[in-house]
Design a binder for this molecule. Structure first.
Ligand code: MN
Length: 422
């Protein structure tokens, strides 16, 4: 499905909020998007069209995958990165070609009070070096008419490709893709084996992914806007501050620079913005880990579902639902979940009668099925998330697992009373 077709589908299903009056790219769009809590289409941000909150809830992810919300993780855990990728010569992205680059003409948003500059937040950076292709979303700070600072986190794939090129003093050709098939956006947010992002997207969408070649040789999917350029081997500038998933400011670092050499786009393109720390950002960061936790817990007991909760920034807190087979399964599930997602800090294991999408129901399980001295597992001095404001400077933290499952031999004590229909 194309980016536009997905937006049309949201509109047909009555899920799209549309704003026709002029909105400022500086704070105003972010403020409106945050309050909207739904996919929102701005028709006029400095004369351009912008969509935010595109994949902002599990309902949108479910419609992207064509499954009910409860089956998202089961579906994702079954897909392997083996779909077909095809090279084509034509693309609607080539409708308009701009050799005179001026990034300030794009509706790049400034999101928060102390942000270092306007930031591109939904740009998929496609890079290619030594026969290896990578595609992943990086935050991109506007640093001039044809210049962006890019946060490259070690040891992610873009970081490694840039490092290899820089060691030989070579430019790393890149293309920044904005507004493509949402399954590709999701796939590039997922950690798949090296070079497999588009194959994974093709498997997810159940149809081949088409790529076309940019002027600099980088192959990209059809999109609303593509920025072509290269990462300089040596140049680094201040990048930040920028708000990350916890809603707190990340620090200023020296980061590499992307020079943009050509811009191609559809006529009247739709720019995609992801609100930092907003639900779309959280889901894109977190949901790809849910199938990993699902599979890992499935190795030790019968797993039913997994959710990284919004209150836990979709990253630091998980709720894992199991069908407990033997006493101690809850503890094994805790250990499996921590092993599968190293940034996970707190995990709650619940039974199959608990609705893991309802925080009140999860709290009910903690209230009625936990005895602190035996059901809470505390693991100090383990590696945590660099995004956790409470983490130690050396990157370690303390992890807490809560086994909120019923004691099997006393099962009847935990039975939830029901009122019969008849
Ligand atoms: Mn990769």
């Amino acid at each position: 499905m194309t980016f536009r077709a997905f937006i049309d589908q949201l509109k047909e299903n009555g899920k799209l909020v549309e704003i026709f009056q002029s909105v400022s790219p500086r704070f105003e769009a972010s403020r409106i998007a945050r309050a909207a809590k739904a996919p929102i289409f701005f028709h006029n941000i400095s004369g351009s069209k912008v969509i935010m909150n595109l994949l902002g809830s599990r309902d949108e992810l479910a419609s992207m995958l064509g499954v009910p919300k409860e089956e998202i993780i089961k579906r994702l855990s079954e897909v392997s990165p083996e779909g077909e990728v095809r090279l084509v010569s034509e693309s609607p992205t080539l409708e308009v070609i701009e050799d005179q680059v001026d990034l300030t003409k794009l509706p790049i948003l400034t999101h928060f009070e102390k942000d270092g500059a306007p930031y591109i937040t939904a740009g998929i950076v496609v890079s290619e070096y030594g026969g290896t292709i990578n595609a992943s979303i990086h935050r991109l700070m506007l640093a001039g008419k044809d210049k962006l600072a890019v946060r490259l986190v070690p040891p992610r794939h873009t970081y490694l490709l840039h490092k290899k090129a820089a060691e030989k003093g070579e430019l790393l050709p890149v293309a920044i893709v904005l507004g493509c098939d949402p399954t590709i956006i999701y796939a590039t947010s997922t950690r798949v084996p090296v070079g497999k992002e588009f194959e994974y997207a093709a498997a997810l969408r159940g149809a081949p992914v088409e790529l076309f070649e940019c002027a600099n040789g980088v192959k990209v999917p059809h999109a609303e806007i593509v920025l072509e350029g290269y990462i300089d081997p040596v140049e680094k500038i201040d990048e930040g501050p920028f708000v990350d998933i916890t809603g707190t400011y990340d620090v200023i670092r020296k980061e590499p620079v992307i020079h943009i050499t050509r811009v191609i786009h559809r006529k009247d393109p739709i720019y995609h913005g992801i609100l930092p720390a907003g639900p779309e950002h959280l889901l894109m960061m977190g949901v790809p880990y849910e199938p990993r936790i699902y599979r890992a817990v499935g190795e030790v007991t019968t797993v039913k579902n997994v959710v990284l909760t919004e209150g836990g920034c979709c990253y630091l807190h998980a709720v894992v639902q199991i069908e407990k087979q033997t006493e101690g399964d809850g503890k094994n599930a805790i250990m499996a979940a921590f092993a599968a997602h190293t940034s996970l800090k707190h995990v709650v294991i619940v039974d199959e009668d608990i609705n893991i999408f309802d925080p009140n129901d999860v709290e009910f399980a903690i209230a009625t099925r936990v005895k602190g001295d035996v059901d809470i597992l505390i693991i100090p001095n383990v590696r945590g998330s660099s995004l956790d404001p409470r983490g130690a400077p050396d990157g370690t933290t303390t992890k807490v697992g809560i086994d909120a499952t019923k004691v099997l031999i006393e099962k009847e004590n935990f039975e939830r009373a029901v009122i019969p229909e008849e």
